[in-house]
Design a protein around this ligand. Structure first.
Ligand code: MTE
Ligand code: MO
Length: 252
């Protein structure tokens, strides 16, 4: 597909969504509001852009559904036991006493947060659903601190557009845009269903991104980088998911 016709497809999507009369206006809007996702240039680019742009324009301030306590799943499905790496086993044996979340990149004050640092920040809880792209889901209570508070602590530069986050588990990394990073339901979680977050479910520290599919809720988080561009991360597509054929933006 030529560059021109791909651009037309992208902007046509935005026109349909925004109801704006004219491709050049839509093109300006898409650029101005950053509606082209990092993986928007791939073969599936136009589709990814339409989904992302549609969500961003229509649901900018929406919340993921929260459930009553009575709907918490009795048998939530944790699809992994623990990362089979020595680094993780050492932390586990030490009761995660030295677990750190390093936050750096485009911030005023790069900081390594211990779990007790994070626990001293305001604690919130949400009862939301984990939805796997493979078709299963469960509802649980997630307890933690909103990522926005941590980002305020470190002082994010105004040009920042994405937050990249890494698991201690090799090859598990993702990113979200600032709208999702600052979203009130995006939590660094350390608790689940009134207890500590079990290793099964990503303990001791998992980022919950309830407005997107389960794979954006990366387990065993150790590191975050704030950036204005995803070009220099991995293959430049925004995260490990598009490298494996899934879309970077996985809104639900
Ligand atoms: N580090 C890490 N994070 C991960 C995964 C993983 O294998 N490793 N699986 C992801 C996928 S595909 C899904 S659907 C959810 C599953 O969450 P659960 O185990 O709580 O059901 O975790 C996500 N986070
Ligand atoms: Mo998944």
């Amino acid at each position: 597909m030529s560059v021109i016709s791909r651009r037309k497809l992208i902007t046509t999507g935005v026109v349909a969504v925004a109801g704006v009369a004219g491709l050049s206006a839509a093109d300006r809007i898409a650029k101005r509001y950053g509606l082209i996702p990092p993986d928007g240039g791939g073969i599936y680019g136009p589709g990814e852009t339409l989904t992302y742009a549609a969500q961003r324009l229509l649901t900018k301030h929406s919340l993921a559904r929260e459930f009553p306590r009575s709907m918490i799943s009795e048998k939530p499905f944790g699809n992994e036991l623990a990362p089979p790496t020595d680094a993780f086993k050492h932390h586990q044996a030490a009761g995660f006493a030295d677990w750190k979340l390093d936050v750096g990149g485009m911030v005023e004050r790069p900081t390594a947060f211990s779990l007790s640092d994070l626990k001293s920040l305001p604690t919130h809880s949400q009862i939301t659903e984990v939805v796997c792209e493979e078709g299963w889901s469960y509802v649980a209570e997630w307890i933690g601190t909103p990522l926005s508070g941590v980002l305020n602590e470190v002082g994010v530069h105004p040009q920042a557009r994405y937050v990249v986050y890494y698991s201690i588990e090799p090859d598990w990394w993702e990113s979200v845009d600032m709208a999702d990073a600052l979203h009130p339901q995006t939590f660094l979680t350390m608790g689940m269903n009134n207890g500590n977050l079990p290793v099964h479910f990503g303990g001791p520290l998992r980022l919950r991104v309830p407005r997107q599919l389960g794979y954006k809720s990366v387990k065993f988080i150790t590191r975050m980088t704030v950036t204005d561009s995803m070009k220099k991360f991995g293959k430049g597509l925004g995260s490990a998911s598009p490298e494996a054929g899934y879309s970077w933006y996985a809104g639900i």
